[in-house]
Design a binder for this molecule. Structure first.
Ligand code: NAP
Length: 349
């Protein structure tokens, strides 16, 4: 198969670097174009980017020139990880010009005609792009992945919702600093500290959960009626969001039922053998003190949700801990999996 040329908008940021890293040797996609702000445009990627990943910057991108975020010369398929201050307009400009924009930013996630996707959870929502193209009269499209905290929560809830139905959820997050981009949270704010506020985060997690678990009708998604309450905290962890979750189900279930449903969970990306799909989208740990960021965040190349500490809850019915890699499963890996699903389902032809 001839590889598809792709580009990255916002290639120099935390998520942009993940894209560059994950696209190295990708079997379907070939990274051919990079863009970022005026501060970086015109420079080589090696010069413009403060590379912060443990693995070295791929040699193939070091000398690539960073372009401006303007259509013209970019490949048709673009991954986007732009600062949300500019992402809204820039993404629309590219979609209007015929590009397929697979975005990480929050700006269009809740637009009625924009798919908000987790390929394991709601692959059918991808069909919304037909409505989008018709309504907006553009040949391109925008497809989004969820907020990095919503991903872990929703992937853990989706199999329970399918098996038993969910009534209520409470989630308290401990979110890594890489979730705030680069250079991110100032040292004097976060060192030896927990910050109990991330602007807009709790609202995003609550709304996006309902859209992701909603039902697709002909023209829109009917949000689910699950009651969701989120507390979001920033903690001094490099990568990996940990979530303490309590849940009430509609149907009856035992702890063993929950564990069985999670362990068996496989979905469309696994059936289609998508290159970035984890073999086990949910990994259940039996040890009392897992998941832990340092030990578990790289599970399934950062694409799995790791669940543990599954027990009864005296307020809601069950409680557990879930861990996800925020810049892989919560961002670049999520978008890559979205694009792979789109390719496999014929949306990139
Ligand atoms: P980041 O490290 O701050 O990177 C932002 C990127 O946007 C950089 O490439 C930057 O380029 C570019 N940019 C900034 N202003 C621009 C402008 N005026 N025109 C064009 N490009 C501009 O942020 P990040 O953490 O990678 O996040 C990127 C997006 O993904 C955000 O919308 C964020 O909410 C979302 N997201 C992040 C995570 C995460 O875990 N970090 C997870 C899910 C979603 P320069 O380097 O040239 O300034």
């Amino acid at each position: 198969m001839k590889k598809i040329e792709v580009g990255v908008l916002g290639a120099t940021g935390m998520v942009g670097q993940r894209f560059v890293s994950l696209l190295r040797n990708h079997p379907w996609f070939d990274l051919a174009w990079l863009a970022a702000s005026d501060r970086s445009a015109g420079k080589s990627y090696g010069e413009a980017c403060s590379w912060r990943l443990r693995e070295p910057m791929p040699e193939s991108v070091r000398t690539m020139r960073v372009g401006e975020c303007k259509p013209g010369g970019a490949p048709q398929l673009l991954f986007a990880s732009l600062d949300s201050k500019v992402a809204g307009e820039v993404e629309k400009e590219f979609a209007r010009a015929g590009h397929v924009v697979v975005s990480n930013s929050s700006n269009h996630r809740m637009d009625e005609d924009v798919p908000l996707l987790i390929p394991e959870v709601n692959p059918d929502h991808l069909a919304l792009v037909r409505v989008q193209r018709q309504q907006r009269r553009w040949s391109g499209m925008i497809v989004t992945n969820p907020n990095c905290t919503a991903v872990g929560l929703v992937m853990s809830l989706a199999p329970l919702h399918a098996a038993f139905g969910i009534e209520k959820v409470m989630m308290t997050s401990m979110q890594a600093i890489s979730g705030a981009g680069y250079p991110g949270v100032p040292t004097l704010d976060i060192l030896g500290n927990v910050i109990p506020y991330i602007a807009g985060e709790e609202e995003k997690v609550e709304r996006e959960t309902q859209k992701l678990l909603g039902k697709l009708t002909d023209v829109q998604v009917q949000p689910s009626k699950i009651v969701v309450s989120a507390h979001c905290n920033r903690v001094l962890v490099e990568d990996g969001h940990t979530e303490s979750i309590s849940v009430s189900l509609n149907g009856k279930a035992s702890l063993q039922d929950l564990i069985g449903v999670w362990r068996k969970y496989r979905s469309r990306p696994q059936e289609l053998h998508l290159p970035s799909a984890p073999a086990h989208p949910i990994v259940v740990r039996d040890e009392n003190d897992r998941p832990q960021v340092r030990l578990d965040v790289e599970s399934e190349r950062g694409m799995a949700i790791v669940i543990g500490r599954i027990r009864h809850c005296a307020v809601l019915q069950f409680k557990y801990t879930a861990l996800s890699h925020n810049t892989i499963r919560g961002a670049a890996g999520a978008a890559l999996l979205n694009a792979e699903l789109m390719k496999a389902e014929g949306y990139l032809e």
